[in-house]
Design a protein around this ligand. Structure first.
Ligand code: FAD
Length: 405
């Protein structure tokens, strides 16, 4: 009997969780499993803001895929997926021959979404992957280094604009306010010359978060120097900075660095492959399959699931991506063996913690509000748990966060 070919695209939280669970469930002779990823490493997307600010080295954020897969059962191909040919059940890769699948898992994650705002793609950075994070860190450092040597000082070099006061924007600001004093010392820059501005179009910071916790976060960040411009929309990004508008008042803010943290979408491969999708996200069936394609599972940020209680999509999170990976692995095992029943996916949301630097945070965990040191410790427990679920205690020992405060 021919072994079914299982192909998993993407080694983020969703893809790696699927593979590491599946490799434990099935024997070598039951299926051929192939994992494709752009790089030979996995990165913790939820830690990228730290690498971008320069508060955590980028090597700490990533680990080798080879360290967590069982190579007797899983073949790894390092390549970029270009397109999925749904009719022929083929995956087209940039540098390898096309792959044929019996079952496919699409876990290609998120990309930055600029909503067509002029100039953002060209002139703003986004915290999208390890190399993008490294580029932001280097760019900010370059601005400080250049300022300290140039004869005619251009103060706007030291202005950093963060577009978006959602989860990613706030977590990045939390790291930046700790990093900037270090940069000032390192490059002999007067801290009063530095401006960190957060521009948010919505009427509040962290929309949807508990208002008391939001107030706490805003106070912490404002005390450390962040200027919030709320209810203010970025109209354009230029080589010199941004143009914003509030109540029909247009203002130009000159800035050496603009980081766009206000929107993500699913992978462009989803759109290019002809899936029915919204911004690269496929509305999956209860078993995580793409409608009309029972052999194709979609997990993580490329999947869209509606929360029946609010009638809105669940936000794309690592927490959900990992839970989906677990269910997807179980469902693949059922299909491979032709035994048992498919399990529907039900998110089990344990809470959310938003960091405000390495020693402070806010969150709601198991329905309880937490903030300050307690929340910060909880954040590290969550970060270590993600490592544990994929790579067990060895990975936690290697990459875990143990300096709790
Ligand atoms: P990803 O983790 O994005 O992984 C996708 C993988 O696919 C990557 O390895 C990528 O290199 C690879 N890939 C992409 N395109 C291709 C291609 N064409 N060919 C080959 N390989 C490809 N969520 C939380 O739950 N809690 C948090 O605290 C949290 N904080 C966050 C902080 C930041 C700064 C950011 C950016 C996100 C945060 N998130 C958080 C969201 C979370 O990171 C995402 O929801 C999660 O990463 C989605 O997982 P995924 O498996 O779908 O994709």
């Amino acid at each position: 009997l021919k072994k079914p070919n299982v192909v998993v695209l993407g080694a983020g939280y969703g893809g790696l969780m699927t593979v590491t669970r599946l490799q434990k469930m099935i024997g070598v002779n039951e299926a051929s499993i192939t994992l494709v990823n752009k790089h030979d490493y996995h990165y913790e997307s939820t830690w990228l803001h730290e690498a971008a600010a320069g508060t955590l080295h980028h090597e700490r954020v990533r680990y080798a895929i080879a360290d967590v897969i069982d190579q007797s059962k899983v073949k790894f191909i390092q390549d970029t997926v270009e397109k999925i040919n749904l009719e022929e059940k083929q995956v087209l890769l940039q540098n390898h021959e096309p792959l044929t699948y019996d079952y496919l898992v699409v876990a290609l994650g998120f990309e930055s979404e600029t909503f067509g705002i002029k100039g953002l793609k060209e002139y703003a950075f986004s915290i999208a992957n390890v190399n993008a994070a490294r580029q932001i860190r280097e760019h900010i450092e370059y601005q400080f280094a250049t300022y300290s040597t140039e004869e005619e000082k251009r103060d706007e070099r030291l202005t950093i604009v963060v577009g978006g006061a959602g989860f990613t924007g706030i977590e990045f600001l939390g790291e930046l306010v700790n990093r900037v004093p270090e940069l000032c010392r390192e490059y002999d820059v007067d801290p009063n010359k530095v401006r960190i501005i957060c521009v948010e179009a919505a009427p509040t910071v962290l929309p949807g978060f508990d208002p008391e916790l939001v107030e706490y976060a805003v106070n912490v960040l404002e005390k450390k120097g962040v200027e919030f411009k709320i209810g203010t929309a970025i109209k354009e990004c230029t080589p010199e900075g941004i143009i914003v508008s509030k109540d029909d008042q247009v203002e130009e803010i000159k800035a050496g660095t603009v980081v766009w943290a206000a929107g993500v979408r699913g992978s462009r491969v989803i759109d290019e492959s002809g899936f029915e999708a919204m911004r690269g996200r496929v509305k999956v069936d209860p078993f995580l399959r793409a409608p009309g394609h029972e052999d194709v599972f979609v997990v993580g940020d490329c999947a869209l699931i509606i929360n029946e209680e609010t009638n809105r999509p669940y936000p794309p999170t690592a927490q959900i991506a990992m839970q989906q990976g677990e269910v997807c692995a179980k469902n693949l095992a059922v299909l491979i063996r032709g035994q048992g029943e498919l399990q529907p996916f039900k998110p089990d949301l344990k809470g959310t913690v938003c960091s405000l630097g390495h020693d402070d945070a806010i969150g709601v965990v198991f329905g309880k509000k937490i903030w300050g040191a307690k929340a910060s410790v909880m954040k590290k427990v969550i970060d270590n748990r993600a490592l544990y679920l994929i790579g067990g205690p060895t990975l936690v020992a290697k990459k875990g966060k143990f300096k709790l405060l």
